[in-house]
Write a protein that binds this ligand. Structure first.
Ligand SMILES: Cc1cc2nc3c(=O)[nH]c(=O)nc-3n(C[C@H](O)[C@H](O)[C@H](O)COP(=O)(O)OP(=O)(O)OC[C@H]3O[C@@H](n4cnc5c(N)ncnc54)[C@H](O)[C@@H]3O)c2cc1C
Length: 324
């Protein structure tokens, strides 16, 4: 049910990104009888992974099945799903009905009262041959997503910063007794970290990784620059995260930088610093998993619906006063 204050040809909300965050926002908005279009470029972050784990009632679904079910649910509430890439969000200067315009690579232009950016992040892996093609299968980053599946195997941590590596290695001890850190780009391990790792039986192998190859004793092995191999049941890395936020270039959306990298800055509900533009999922919280991304999407949707309800009430009151 489009509200009277939605301009002709416009809709209440355009959601950019049909991952768990965007589709969750669309579900809540569709059920709130908002007119919604979701635009998606078709590259969900975990597409390379065999399964989604840790999402209550959906544990073990393939990422494709998970999203297909979500798309079916939102379609049931009249949400329009568009396969395209959003190239820009533009503020339309219209004092009577301030709106945003989302420009799509395919040429369509979508007017909306609010935009949700739920376009996710890209994982940038350490520059070691053989990592990228094994990403999501034998090269992993998140023990909560995949640790159980590789439990009791020898696990190798390929380090590129010592702080994150020590934490990751100590965490992995929860899933296996056999953890080896290949120091690679992390620099020397100091005395404090060395004693912590040693206390938990984590081996530390100095030296640079040359490539990751199929293993002889297990699925994968790290080959060091000077020749030796470290065999493993899986290799864990700490990717750097890059935001898929080019659509906001030129709008000056504020970002915030923390331990894990740079994310879009929002308030607790998901408002960015650009009026009318909201954000949810990994673009806001680099560490959130599927469940958390969906929650951020739902939270933004509830915030937007509340905001529009208030805007509409004010507009209706002004219109009524003008008629008196
Ligand atoms: C290998 C791997 C395995 C994982 N396994 C798990 C797991 O088991 N359990 C778990 O809870 N979490 C897991 N995660 C984390 C999970 O992938 C994220 O939490 C989740 O994808 C975040 O959802 P999102 O909606 O923010 O982004 P995404 O799922 O990445 O969705 C963003 C969508 O936006 C689209 N998009 C981007 N830019 C544009 C644009 N300009 N225009 C239109 N569309 C655009 C993308 O194509 C994509 O479809 C894993 C991550 C990785 C890397």
């Amino acid at each position: 049910m489009a509200d009277a204050s939605t301009a002709p040809g416009s809709r209440d909300v355009v959601v950019i990104g049909a991952g768990p965050a965007g589709l969750s926002a669309a579900l809540v908005l569709g059920r709130a009888r908002r007119s919604v279009t979701v635009v998606d470029a078709g590259s969900p972050r975990n597409a390379c992974s065999p399964a989604v784990h840790g999402f209550l009632t959906r544990d073990g679904s393939t990422p494709a099945d998970f999203l297909a079910a979500a798309r079916q649910e939102v379609s049931g509430y009249g949400v329009e799903l568009v396969a395209d890439e959003a190239s820009a969000v533009v503020v339309v200067e219209d004092p009577t009905a301030p709106t945003l315009r989302v420009e799509l690579a395919g040429g369509r232009r979508l007017r909306a009262r609010r935009v949700v950016v739920a376009s996710g992040i890209v994982d940038e892996l350490p520059d070691v041959a053989g990592l990228a093609e094994r990403w999501g299968r034998d090269v992993l980053h998140c023990p909560y997503c995949h640790g159980y599946e590789v439990r009791d195997r020898p696990l190798v941590v390929l380090a590129d910063s010592i702080e994150g590596t020590v934490h990751q290695a100590l965490l992995l001890r929860q899933w296996t007794e056999d953890v080896t850190v290949v120091v690679h780009d992390a620099g020397p391990v100091d005395e404090d970290d060395a004693t912590l790792l040693a206390a938990r039986g984590v081996r530390v192998v100095p030296g640079q990784a040359r490539e990751v190859v199929d293993g002889e004793d297990g699925p994968v092995a790290v080959v060091l620059a000077d020749g030796p191999r470290v065999e493993g049941g899986a290799v864990f890395v700490a990717p750097r995260f890059r935001l898929n936020s080019a659509v906001l270039d030129g709008l000056g959306a504020r970002t915030v930088t923390g331990d894990m990298g740079t994310a879009l800055e929002t308030d607790d509900e998901g408002r960015t610093s650009v009026p009318g533009v909201w954000a949810a999922g990994n673009v806001v919280d680099l560490s959130c998993q599927v469940l958390g991304a969906a929650e951020l999407g739902a939270r933004a949707a509830i915030g937007i619906n509340g905001e529009l309800a208030l805007v509409d009430a004010h507009a209706a009151r002004e219109a009524a006063q003008r008629r008196q």
